[in-house]
Structure formats: C-alpha cells, structure tokens
Design a protein around this ligand. Sequence first.
Ligand code: ADP
Length: 210
Amino acid sequence: MSKRQEQILQIVKDHEPITGEQIAEMLNLTRATLRPDLAILTMSGLLDARPRVGYFYTGKTGMRLVSERIRKLKVKDYKAPPILVEESVSAYDAIVTLFLEDVGTIFVVNKERHLAGVISRKDLLRASLGNKNLEDVPAGVIMTRMPNIITVGLEDSLFDAANKLIEYQIDSLPVVIPVEGRKNTYEVVGRFTKTTITRAFVEMGKEEVI
Ligand code: ADP
C-alpha cells in the first residue's frame, strides 16, 4: 500500500463516514488526485463506498481479504484436462501413459466412458512387485475403484478441493459431472492435482498487491 493510501485508510477509520471531498481537504489534495487511490482501496475491499454518505472502513484485515479471495476461486477455472484409460488396458500401458502424458495419476473409465477408478504411481509400483507380467495385468484390477473415489465438481471451490487432497492424503481428484438419475455415475471432465493448487498460488502471488 502506498503512503497516501495508508493515510486515507487512517482518515476513514477516524472519521467514517467521510466523503471523498472531505478526505481530499484533509490531505490538501484535489478530489481528482485521490480518485485512483480511493478506487484501489474500495476494490480491494478495505473501504466501502456508499452513495451520498461517504466512505466506511470495512474492518477487514489483509489476511481476511486474502482468505475471502481464495475461497472464491473455482475448480472449473483451474482444472487440467483428464488423462483417461479404459479398464481393459494393461498395467504396462498405464505406466507408458503416465510417462507420455507426464502425470502422476490416471483415471480409468468403463465402456460407457464413466469414471470407474483411479491409478496412481504407487498402484503401479505395487503391481510391479514380484514377477508378474505387467502386460497381462488389467488396469481395472490394480485401480482404486468406484464408489471409493473422491471427486470434485466444477463449481466447487479450489479451497474445498485442496482440503480433500489433504484430508484423504491423495495427490489428485477427478473433476466430474454426475450423470442424471444414476447413482455413483460420473462423466470425467478434468483433473485437479497438487500442481493445480501450486499454480493458483503462484498466480495469486503475481497479482498486484496494494
Ligand atoms: P501416490 O501413489 O503417488 O502416492 P496418491 O497418494 O494419490 O498417489 O495415491 C495413494 C492411493 O490413493 C492409491 O492407491 C490411489 O489409487 C488412491 N487414490 C488416488 N487418488 C484417489 C481419489 N481421488 N479417490 C480415491 N482414491 C484415490
């Protein structure tokens, strides 16, 4: 925040409600000079402007504003494309897909292209133990399967999705749309991973800070 914005904030805290004219007078500046600062303070949620009354201090601290902002971010705006394989492909092919697509988790779909399960790196490592021929092990046998799959919806918040990753100690969630009238039946429209959260975090860090 600039020195002048800090001064404005203090004046509003001490004298609210107060008009832009009155603030300008106290700072020996013109109303026009103050306009961009007032706009920034209002947009950031620190001040509230009421027509014909003046400016109020909202009482929201920086952390509260950041947390409100985080809770507004939606899965649909950050999700990545899903990497899907059919249940019948082999564990060997699943490993190849993992490398080719450069992901840590792949989602498995049934013949109707609905979510059937999830295969993670550890599932594949487990399948590789022993002398099994991985070309003969179907993905459907080694996956974690429905209805035990933790999912998120497009309208869910990034925050709730991140919470699920922590709560269930997993790296990735399929982003799904429920198929109407059918229990536990989902179309997979995206993937939500720890990388998704990291990207959102980095983007927010790049935003203009007041
Ligand atoms: P990694 O194998 O790299 O540690 P995870 O921690 O995501 O990856 O996976 C741990 C276990 O949880 C695996 O058996 C995997 O099949 C399962 N799993 C992964 N994602 C989900 C999910 N969204 N819902 C249910 N189970 C999952």
